[in-house]
Design a protein around this ligand. Sequence first.
Ligand code: TMP
Length: 220
Amino acid sequence: MSQPSERGLFIVLEGGEGAGKGSVLSAVAEGLRAQGIEPLCTRAPGGTAEGQVIRSALVQSGAAWEPTAELLLMMADRAQHVGRLIRPALETGRVVLCDRFVGSTIAYQGGGRGLSSAMILELQKIAAAGVAADLNILLDVPPAIGLKRSLKRLAEEKSSEDLFERLDLSFHERVRASFLDQAAADSEHWTVIDASRPIVVVIAEVQVRLDELLEKRSAA
Ligand code: TMP
């Protein structure tokens, strides 16, 4: 695989429901634009038009996929997303800001649904074919706080994409534990930010981590 400096920078925001990823991503993108960097902002599932079809089928209220079918649909979205959007952008040297990636698959389909991480990683190898985040930024929030925020936002937006929000608290506790385990196991590629604090504080902290990474890259 090519070196990060030759292939852009891949930053992933991860976290449970209501962690504030969307707001943080917009603010960070704005900060990059102010430095003359136009990032590609995307999300999973649903970063491509084809992936949006998969997203609609996956996260609507009342969807009842078998866990393995849910995993395979997430991976179909991944293959499309990486092949059509993320890899081409990285190859032209762009900074890619992505709302969720394989960390979410390990946390939700692994930790939450109970599927094996080894199987998820095998499928990820096929779907992402070597594309991996330079840095995963975990916005960590206790599920009791995050779920309340998320359900409020979905109600305001009249969104029916609430399949995961409707699952019980213990599911979301397992998701959180998996994210924290992933971060603890790979501190080179993960950083954890306490997202229970006011969003401006969270944004400022993410910005600092990103600036450090950009500096390191330009010095390399
Ligand atoms: P979002 O609401 O953050 O956009 O994400 C949609 C849902 O999809 C969210 O509840 C987490 C879930 N998800 C998975 O279960 N597995 C995955 O691999 C990804 C990317 C998301």
